[in-house]
Design a binder for this molecule. Structure first.
Ligand code: HAM
Length: 437
């Protein structure tokens, strides 16, 4: 049809697409409730100010913002984190601790279209407020793993890359870098994969005339891929901060190992996260093959609640997206085939029999059975064909002869056996049959 199309980066969900999306949401909700998280929701339109200088330059450049008819500067939400911080901040005093919340909703970013990146997408967000220790990280990383493992994905399909902005800052400080220099280095670490070694060293040079040896150390730190390597790199330093941080690392990894989730974790100091508010542990989920953009991202953000006017409240959280998750489960052949087959198909002789059929059809539906029937009179043969194609388990046959005897024929569509059932027993017979098969 020539005419209207949806906007670039926005999706229509035809029933089959909708089922796939529901499947994803259902698994995420199941995981969240198994972990004792409570669901919340919030507006999709927020004051622009909420995102200014809080989410970071990249997200700020991608906002869907406008002036509303009352002259307010507003924006569609690009992420949930500032909103949930505002909500928790407002009621922090009266909320039961620990605060473990989750939500599922649509978000909007004016991104350049590419595989796995759209302008309207869904995220599952899970966050814990009020817990400063690494126990919150263990809980959230375990939940993130379950949000993917719930589809049948294994440690061979995806991995969680775990890193730590605090550790980076403490390490760079121990190497003698200033806070400004450290920040510049971290933003380069964020882009390292695109830059490569030489460009990275050039950038580091431009931001602080560092000794060649320091640059090598930073580069080596960035490439660390395990706890033992990390411990070795930090061993020469006598820093209490670094020692405390290492203890937190051991705690997180030991907790996840005890949950038998160690195979899902990759220590990777190359991850620092682009968003402005992260303060400690940060993590991202990726498919192992590396075909897709990030599946999920998160970390600790201890200052954001306060920055938005709330109390001083530590926080950790993550968001997982439906676009890359959907692509991954499809790639691995884990998308279920969705059947919306009726339980019962009513085959109706003609207009005269329709009245009796309608009474039973509605009674069955009201009792929770899925029942379908033809809107118009059709030949019996044609109706049986439709019934078989619909995937229904039973056909109820409302013919003139049967009704004259006060019965309905119940046909088992799998083996075509039939029995005559008195009208008043139809509901009980259908219930027996469907619960017994
Ligand atoms: P994020 O890394 O910007 O983090 O997004 C998390 C996930 O959302 C991504 O890994 C990706 O799956 C999905 N996503 C993001 N942008 C798009 C897009 N344009 N198209 C499709 N999917 C996308 C955050 O949003 C943080 N607020 C997460 C968080 C929660 N941190 C703490 N709590």
């Amino acid at each position: 049809m020539a005419g209207f199309q949806s906007l670039p980066g926005f999706r229509d969900f035809y029933p089959e697409d909708f089922s796939r999306r529901q499947h994803i949401f259902r698994r995420w909700r199941l995981a969240a409730s198994a972990f004792g998280f409570q669901e919340y929701d919030a507006p999709v339109l927020e004051p622009l100010e909420l995102y200014k200088a809080k989410s970071g330059d990249e997200i700020e450049a991608q906002l869907f913002n406008f002036t509303d008819k009352g002259g307010r500067e507003v924006s569609l939400r690009p992420e949930m984190t500032p909103t949930v911080c505002r909500m928790v901040g407002e009621k922090a005093g009266s909320l039961k601790r620990p605060i473990k919340w989750f939500s599922i909703g649509e978000f909007y970013r004016y991104e350049r279209a590419q595989k796995g990146r759209l302008r309207a997408f869904n995220q599952f967000n899970a966050d814990i407020f009020g817990e400063p220790g690494p126990e919150a990280e263990i809980e959230l990383i375990a939940l993130l793993i379950q949000c993917l493992a719930g589809f049948g994905l294994s440690a061979e399909d995806f991995t969680i890359r775990l890193s730590d902005r605090d550790l980076w800052f403490f390490y760079l400080e121990a190497l003698g870098l200033s806070d400004v220099q450290s920040r510049a280095i971290l933003s380069a670490v964020d882009r390292y994969e695109k830059m490569g070694d030489d460009a990275f060293k050039g950038y580091a040079e431009a931001h602080g005339a560092l000794a060649a040896e320091t640059k090598e150390k930073i580069l080596a730190f960035l490439k660390i891929k395990g706890l033992a390597e990390l411990e070795a790199a930090l061993a020469p330093f006598q820093s209490a901060k670094l020692a405390t941080r290492l203890a937190d690392w051991r705690k997180v990894l030991a907790g996840l190992t005890a949950m038998k989730l160690a195979d899902f974790i990759t220590v990777d100091l190359g991850v620092v996260r682009g968003l402005a508010y992260y303060t400690g542990f940060v993590f991202e989920a990726f498919d192992r093959k590396g075909d897709l953009r990030a599946l999920a991202g998160g970390g600790r953000y201890n200052d954001l609640v306060k920055k938005l006017g709330g109390p001083d409240l530590p926080a950790v959280g993550f968001a997982i997206g439906d676009v890359t998750t959907g692509l991954l489960i499809e790639q691995r052949g884990l998308t279920p085939t969705f059947v919306s087959a009726p339980d019962v198909y009513a085959v109706i002789g003609g207009e005269a029999e329709r009245t009796a059929a309608f009474a039973d059809i509605h009674a069955l539906r009201a009792a929770g059975f899925r029942v379908d029937y033809p809107f118009k009179d059709l030949a019996f043969g044609k109706q049986f064909k439709v019934a078989a194609e619909s995937g229904a388990r039973l056909a109820l046959i409302y013919g003139g002869d049967e009704l004259a005897k006060g019965v309905v024929k119940v046909r088992d569509l799998s083996d075509r056996t039939e029995q005559e059932v008195p009208r008043e027993q139809v509901l009980a017979v259908v219930r027996d049959f469907l619960s017994g098969h």
